[in-house]
Design a protein around this ligand. Structure first.
Ligand code: GLY
Length: 424
């Protein structure tokens, strides 16, 4: 099978790394790809705009792809999957309408209401709302304010704060960018990311994971795209994944099918597990980053087969997925100044930089034999072990051997889970 993966980041590096080990894959292409993927796939830096449907279709034709896998949300929301399907390609990723589940939080709320899915109470604030209207809306929420950018924000558009002034500031910033705001009630309980392969009404969950969104240890600092993750979740109640599938993911898939926009691809449910069980924080229309790097490192079954079955409407025929009986912890090495203004152009050193089983590249470029930082999240290091403690030890040992001037990482990824401090 010839597979074309669209994207450049750590999530796509994880997808490429797994596909490169699958026996069904005869040719692997990544576009634009990255220097770090070049050892595993033919990279296509000539793809100028991954969100331009014509450019992506042209490339898929050039490489005669049997399957196209669209990694990031922007091309999906822009309709790249629709264009590929119209040109006759099997595609892993939802069409433009179904991708609204991530592209518009208001759309996602509407789907959830129709599907009877438990989620936060929400209110929409359009750009142009007066100071009095913003104040009155905030009065109906709090004391914890959840202020979301109702557009694509790369996982960074949410501010959760007890500080009313900070909440107002974020409302104004989102409005200044021309986007509506969604105010939500605060959902308590530990967060879960559950990725499901979805093909119409068929839903197959992957391992549950947990992201760490704040920049610094002890959940201090600003929200980021994600500073680390681990999988699976030892604290999740027995039957928890099935409950999320039954109460959240399948009802949403059924509602999308009922609307005539059936979902095909990866449905990412971001949830909080509170007193009443799972409640949806958000949906994404693609694999999550950084959770994917941890989850896929444990997948024993063929990813190529699973993605192809989803893309071709045969998910119901897929054999149950097999997983390593282990834990994976993934820690992001970020550039100094991330997320506000990451510094770039620093040389990376470390023996493991080209070992994709342990180091996945998110924001690097290569000159000669040297990698340089080229993004906010630079690397994602993955460690595995029979316990979370063992996986944590493995990941931090690799990180100890990598140098990035000014770079930083959290030292507490999965620490609470390892200590048994997460309870539901
Ligand atoms: N893990 C957050 C995201 O992928 O949006």
């Amino acid at each position: 099978m010839r597979i074309l993966v669209i994207g450049t980041g750590g999530r796509e590096h994880a997808i490429v790394t797994k596909l490169a080990t699958d026996s069904e894959v005869s040719e692997l292409h990544a576009a634009p790809g990255s220097a770090a993927m070049a050892g595993q796939a033919t990279v296509h830096p000539e793809l100028q705009d991954a969100s331009d449907p014509d450019q992506v279709v042209e490339l898929a034709q050039q490489v005669a792809a049997d399957l196209a896998v669209v990694g990031p949300e922007a091309p999906l929301v822009a309709g790249v999957a629709d264009a590929l399907r119209a040109a006759g390609f099997a595609v892993f990723g939802p069409g433009k309408e179904a991708a609204q589940i991530e592209g518009s939080k208001a759309f996602a709320k509407d789907v959830m209401a129709a599907a009877g899915v438990n989620t936060a109470r929400a209110e929409h604030l359009a750009p142009g709302a007066s100071a009095e209207e913003i104040d009155a809306a905030l009065d109906r929420f709090g004391p914890h304010f959840v202020v979301k950018d109702d557009g694509l924000a790369g996982g960074k558009g949410v501010v959760v704060t007890d500080d009313r002034a900070e909440a107002i500031e974020h409302v104004q910033a989102v409005h200044a960018a021309g986007n509506p705001v969604l105010l939500e009630s605060f959902l308590s309980g530990p967060e879960i990311s559950l990725f499901c392969l979805v093909d119409g009404e068929d839903v197959v969950p992957l391992l549950p994971a947990q992201d760490h969104k704040r920049a610094h240890d002890n959940d201090a600092g600003p929200n980021t795209g994600g500073m680390g993750a681990y999988a699976p979740l030892p604290w999740l109640p027995e039957g928890g994944v099935q409950r999320i599938v039954d109460e959240v993911c399948r009802p949403v898939a059924q509602e999308m099918a009922r609307r005539g926009t059936p979902y095909s691809g990866l449905l990412y449910a971001g949830l909080a597990w509170g007193e009443d069980g799972p409640a949806v924080v958000e949906f994404n229309c693609r694999f999550g980053d950084p959770e994917t790097q941890a989850v896929l490192s444990l997948l024993k079954s063929s990813l190529a087969e699973a993605l192809y079955a989803t893309a071709t409407g045969k998910l119901a025929e897929l054999a149950p997925l097999e997983w390593e009986d282990a834990f994976a912890v993934m820690v992001v090495l970020a550039a100094g100044g991330y997320p506000a203004s990451p510094r770039k152009g620093d040389a990376l050193t470390g023996a493991a930089l080209d070992d994709a089983s342990r180091v996945l590249h998110a924001g690097t470029r290569k000159e000669g034999d040297t990698y340089y930082s080229a993004g906010g999240r630079v690397l994602g290091v993955v460690g595995k072990g029979e316990s979370i403690d063992a996986a944590r030890a493995a990941v931090y040992e690799v990180l100890d051997g990598i140098e990035l001037p000014g770079g930083f990482y959290r030292t507490d990824i999965a620490k609470k889970a390892a200590a048994g401090e997460i309870r539901v």
